[in-house]
Design a protein around this ligand. Structure first.
Ligand code: AP5
Ligand code: MG
Length: 225
């Protein structure tokens, strides 16, 4: 398979490392990274109608309604840079979203190659999210322990202010975890039945996670030596 035809999903709890792993896979394979959370945050920053609607759900740690999210992803996947190859981070998050994605891909005559399920304990998630910082201007992600900025509070990439993400407050993290277990975790069974799931422990260093993903891609013929 051509690397530029990869179609991947990153599944995993909040803070499991979806964004971090996606960044590395994009560097390696050039596949377009589509994070629904990032798109919502960009809309919140610009105060668009979509952002205004999404914000109320995100700050409670709940999911944005399916119809809003599905339409948004449908529009994104219609753009030329991700018409054939993409890496979805944070979508789908409900069985209904997964079914709608299947229908959309079937219409295009495309299929998914793999669903990467990142496994991390709740305790590690809570620590990671309390340590995470993001750039208020460009959205880049840092961590006070794992990936600190060179100068405290200043983004390495654009010089913007580095702040804590709104939904990383401990009480919102608990609500996001509850939402994940109720609505999103059942997706691993949904995709398991299709033989697409690659379970990866994400507690080790993230490059170890990437190496495990690459080994599995080779075994499945998604990439060649
Ligand atoms: P979203 O932005 O997708 O948030 P999330 O799923 O909660 O995941 P995070 O972005 O918090 O974590 P991540 O898994 O990307 O981890 P990261 O790599 O940053 O969604 C936000 C909200 O938008 C949702 O709550 C919902 O309201 C809404 N939404 C989004 N999609 C939706 C959908 N499809 N339907 C409905 N609503 C939707 O890592 C976390 C931290 O750990 C970072 O600081 C990182 O540097 C650090 N780290 C990463 N890897 C390691 C490692 N190996 N060791 C140590 N530290 C590490
Ligand atoms: Mg993320």
């Amino acid at each position: 398979m051509e690397d530029d035809n990869m179609r991947l999903i990153l599944l995993g709890a909040p803070g499991s490392g979806k964004g971090t792993v996606a960044e590395e896979l994009t560097k390696l394979y050039g596949v377009e990274h589509i994070s629904t959370g990032d798109i919502f945050r960009a809309n919140i920053k610009e105060n668009t109608p979509l952002g205004i609607e999404a914000r109320q759900f995100m700050e409670r740690g709940e999911l944005v309604p399916d119809e809003v999210t599905i339409a948004m992803v449908g529009d994104r996947l219609a753009q030329p840079d991700c018409e054939k190859a993409f890496m979805l981070d944070g979508f789908p998050r409900t069985i209904h979203q997964a079914q709608e994605l299947d229908k959309l891909l079937a219409k295009k005559g495309l299929a998914l190659d793999a669903v990467i399920n990142l496994i991390v304990s709740d305790d590690i998630i809570k620590t990671r999210l309390s340590n995470r910082r993001i750039c208020a201007s460009c959205g880049a992600s840092f961590s006070v322990t794992f990936r600190p900025t060179k100068v405290e509070g200043v983004c390495d990439i654009c010089g913007g202010n580095v702040i804590q993400r709104e939904d990383d407050k401990p009480e919102t993290v608990l609500s996001r975890l509850k939402t994940y277990y109720e609505k999103t975790q059942p997706l691993s069974d949904f995709y398991e039945k299709e033989g697409l799931v690659l379970r990866v422990e994400s507690e080790v260093d993230h490059m170890g996670t990437i190496r495990n993903i690459q080994k599995d891609f080779l075994a499945r013929g998604i990439i060649q030596e």
